[in-house]
Write a protein that binds this ligand. Structure first.
Ligand SMILES: Nc1ncnc2c1ncn2[C@@H]1O[C@H](COP(=O)(O)OP(=O)(O)OP(=O)(O)O)[C@@H](O)[C@H]1O
Ligand SMILES: O=C(O)c1ccc[n+]([C@@H]2O[C@H](COP(=O)([O-])O)[C@@H](O)[C@H]2O)c1
Length: 231
């Protein structure tokens, strides 16, 4: 029973199912919010954390708005939802996802994590540092995205990942899966993208100009909230 004590051992608490969505969020948009809410529902998540990247190692810094502006846009887009926009990677000093996830797994033993990404990210996954180790750390959920779905199953990464694919109708049981494990999620197609927003308004970040990371919801604050039981 959750929270019960058995004998003299430590209290047993159910690990909290937590989704992780890493991204540039340049800026955050309704597509991020919609896929996150759908994933929370489909995977039975307690929370979904957005990891606003200090800088995608594969993307040029050119055209990348400052982190405080991207974080502020993410915080705004995450309002009134069990989504936490975080700057955890800036605090950890990590750029590569594998390093971030290793730290998160170590520092949050009372949570079970699942890495969530759009189908476009699956296509480029073999270019990520130690990408197979990412899959060995936690299950992965790939969200269908217009323009990429046909390419998803043919993606180079699938040459190795294919054997770990789980049936989509088992997705609510992901916390029992031993990684590597991969599941495909298909919600209503969402065409929104940050590229389209930047094309329409290249100076979108000006509304957040001068914003310091006043409330970055960093690891230390999350950890404090967990200790106080208010997370
Ligand atoms: N409309 C969408 N449908 C499915 N996945 C999405 C969608 N928008 C973003 N994602 C996923 O969210 C994560 C973060 O995305 P990101 O911040 O790069 O936004 P983006 O719209 O893909 O940006 P850009 O157009 O600049 O590449 C990635 O895993 C991406 O695949
Ligand atoms: O670890 C890597 O090598 C790596 C390479 C490219 C992208 N990523 C991560 O992929 C996530 C999505 O990035 P983006 O820019 O497509 O939103 C974000 O968390 C990045 O840090 C990670």
């Amino acid at each position: 029973m959750a929270g019960a004590r058995h004998g003299t051992g430590p209290p047993l608490t159910r690990a909290r199912p937590t989704g992780l969505l890493g991204g540039s969020f340049n800026p955050a948009h309704g597509g991020h919010r919609t896929i996150s809410l759908n994933a929370i529902d489909a995977l039975g998540l307690d929370e979904l954390w957005w990891l606003v990247s200090p800088g995608n190692p594969l993307k040029s810094a050119k055209g990348m708005a400052p982190l405080p502006a991207r974080l502020a846009s993410a915080q705004r887009m995450a309002r009134r939802a069990p989504i936490r926009a975080t700057a955890i990677e800036a605090e950890f000093g990590t750029r590569y996802t594998v390093d971030t996830l290793r730290k998160l797994v170590r520092r949050y033993p009372n949570r079970r994590f699942i890495w969530i990404m759009g189908a476009d990210n699956l296509v480029q996954l073999p270019r990520w540092r130690d990408w197979r180790d990412i899959a060995r750390l936690m299950p992965i959920a790939v969200v269908a995205r217009p323009g990429y779905n046909g390419r998803t199953h043919a993606a180079q990464a699938m040459g190795w990942l294919r054997r770990f694919v789980r049936p989509a109708d088992q997705k609510l049981h992901w916390t029992n899966w031993r990684p590597p494990a991969l599941v495909f999620l298909r919600f209503s197609p969402d065409v929104r993208s940050a590229t389209a927003i930047r094309q329409a308004n290249p100076r979108w970040f000006e509304r957040y100009a001068g914003r310091a990371m006043r409330d970055p919801l960093t690891h230390s604050r999350l950890r404090d909230r967990e200790r106080k039981g208010t997370a």
